[in-house]
Design a protein around this ligand. Sequence first.
Ligand code: PNS
Length: 174
Amino acid sequence: MNAVFPGSFDPITSGHMDVLTRAAKMFGQVTVTVMHNARKQGRHLFTLDERLAILREATAHLPNVSVDSFGGLLVDYMAQQQEGIIIRGLRAVSDYEYELQIAHLNRQIGEVETVFIMAATRWSFVSSSMVREIASYGGDISEMVPRASAAALRRKHADVYAEREAEQRARTEG
Ligand code: PNS
């Protein structure tokens, strides 16, 4: 059976990677699909192409994982897939209410099943938005995201990281 792991992935985190790696052991093929909405494009730090490039690099070692994107309703995307199941990760009880609503709606409007995978507790506090926030100040996000995301975040905030590293060097030298 095949599965789809949908999300914004702005950018993919270690929590997403944990859920994805475990899903890849349970399903024959897993497609990580960036769901995008042209009208909401400006709300993201990374463009769709950047998010896809990060995902391709971060998942290159997983042979049964592929990367895709779709700009519409998830149920319409699922209708194009064969025997598709939606995978969503749950970090904490706080995720559950929102995810429960979406899972029920997707089953009602598209007869699609959702399977939840509990992210490892190690990542329960990690979200793309928090990682973006930390990186915007030049903070250390290297543990919270795969290498491809960390490199892309550092490139996005190259000036902030350079400034912070210069300050740190000055402190240790002075
Ligand atoms: O990573 P996110 O932002 O939590 O992912 C949410 C996502 C993209 C999976 C969800 O918003 C979605 O499926 N969007 C596509 C549009 C859609 O089908 N909306 C109806 C869900 S009720």
